[in-house]
Design a protein around this ligand. Structure first.
Ligand code: HEM
Length: 369
């Protein structure tokens, strides 16, 4: 496992070119999944891979033999085969199988890449943002103030598209869904490949600030195509978030008291009048928990992991497809490992650290280092 990354890159150098000499040749040849809903967005992966989270109590897919060589023995779609190795490079080589700084930053990066999409700009035919990977393609985007804190993950991910011969958007948004999954409790979101290269640098001034009033935030997310329910589900990603730039004096404070797990404690603690030690609440999140337009959807997720999982999964899927044409993409959800379900790890309402670590050791073994 120590030589995981090196070995993996060597394997990929041999395997990738022989599998797909032109990595973009797949973009117009999407395999149809009989289980697809309208537009191809569904809960099933291709070849009948069931997207229902099997959890930590069994029915977990084969996770490989842990020797750093991508296990493609269960691959069903040839177009997805090269992506097993890229998955392992991200989940193992970068995240080390855990919900650490890189995994969390990749989730935020997915939002900052896609969150510059605007229906209004699109309608006017103006240069638009999209879930296109421009954040790791254009060297100037990450220098914008609103992207402070994303520089380390951008430096790590930027070379990978060229190294693997894939598009920046596919690479970045695979990292985003793997980042969610690396956090225990994080749902298994569908993975799509085939995004073309970015058309332009993302327009400025479209990413939200914690100081924006709620109506402005609702309007901005509506311009991306999100409902209030989507928005309330998406900000739950702060469940595993830390801040460094909102209050630098409190750098590394988290947004809830369980930063290592993808749970709904964020909603309860944000709405509560008190603040746990080492937690910083963003003004925008607190406002969401009180404002009449968002109160109901925000409070719906308190103590309701199941509803949040479902709503987050569909909102994130929408986010990572913004500005993309799904009919030209390939559904590679088959390469997504199972989610770690927190239910069986919870004793008296709290996730037990020993059970949690045992689940990570068991279900993330091939990627731990
Ligand atoms: C109302 C909209 C949002 C606002 C105002 C907002 C604002 C912020 C701010 C200020 C930070 C801390 C940055 C720092 O100081 O280091 C942060 C972190 C984070 N945000 Fe958001 N955010 C929003 C929506 C989202 C969405 C939609 C997602 C993902 C789906 C997301 C994911 C994250 C994550 C994972 C972090 C933690 C990153 C880390 O720990 O390194 N945010 N956000």
């Amino acid at each position: 496992m120590r030589h995981f990354t090196v070995l993996l890159l060597l394997v990929l150098a041999v395997v990738l070119p022989s599998i797909n000499a032109n990595p973009y040749s797949y973009s117009s040849s999407r395999q149809t999944d009989p289980g697809d809903g309208p537009g191809g967005v569904d809960n099933d992966g291709p070849g009948g891979v069931d997207d229902d989270d099997p959890g930590a109590d069994g029915n977990v897919p084969d996770l490989g033999d842990g020797n750093g060589i991508p296990d493609v023995s269960n691959a069903t779609n040839p177009l997805c085969v090269p992506w097993y190795g890229i998955r392992d490079a991200i989940l193992g080589g970068i995240f080390h199988g855990r919900c650490g700084d890189e995994a969390r930053a990749s989730v935020r990066l997915a939002f900052h890449d896609a969150g510059t999409f605007s229906d209004a700009l699109k309608a006017q035919g103006l240069p638009n943002g999209a879930a296109d990977g421009s954040m790791i393609w254009d060297p100037t985007e990450v220098l914008r103030t609103e992207n402070d804190g994303l520089q380390p993950i951008v430096s790590i991910l930027s070379p990978l598209p060229a190294q693997f011969g894939v598009s920046p958007g596919d690479l970045l948004h695979l990292a985003g869904v793997l980042g969610v999954l690396a956090c225990p409790g994080g749902p298994r979101i569908n993975a799509f490949i085939g995004r073309p290269f970015p058309l332009n640098v993302a327009p400025m001034g479209l990413l939200p600030s914690p100081e924006d009033p709620v109506p402005k935030l609702i309007a901005r997310f509506a311009d991306m195509g999100f409902t209030v329910r989507d928005l309330m589900a998406l900000v739950g990603a702060h469940s595993t978030g830390k801040q460094r730039f909102v209050d630098p004096a409190l750098a590394n404070s988290s947004f809830d008291s369980t930063v290592d797990i993808w749970d709904v404690r964020f909603y309860a603690e944000t709405a509560a009048p008190t603040t746990p030690p080492d937690v910083l609440k963003l003004d925008s999140d607190v406002n969401f928990s009180h404002n009449a337009s968002t109160f109901h959807e925000f409070h719906r997720f308190i103590n309701n992991q199941e509803d949040w999982d479902e709503d987050y999964r569909s909102a994130h899927l929408k986010m990572m497809l913004l500005g993309q044409n799904i009919s030209t993409l390939t559904n590679c959800t088959e390469l997504m490992p199972a989610s770690i379900n927190l239910t069986n790890l919870t004793i008296n309402g709290t996730v037990d650290p020993t059970l949690l670590e045992a689940a990570i050791q068991k279900y993330r073994a091939p990627w731990l280092s």
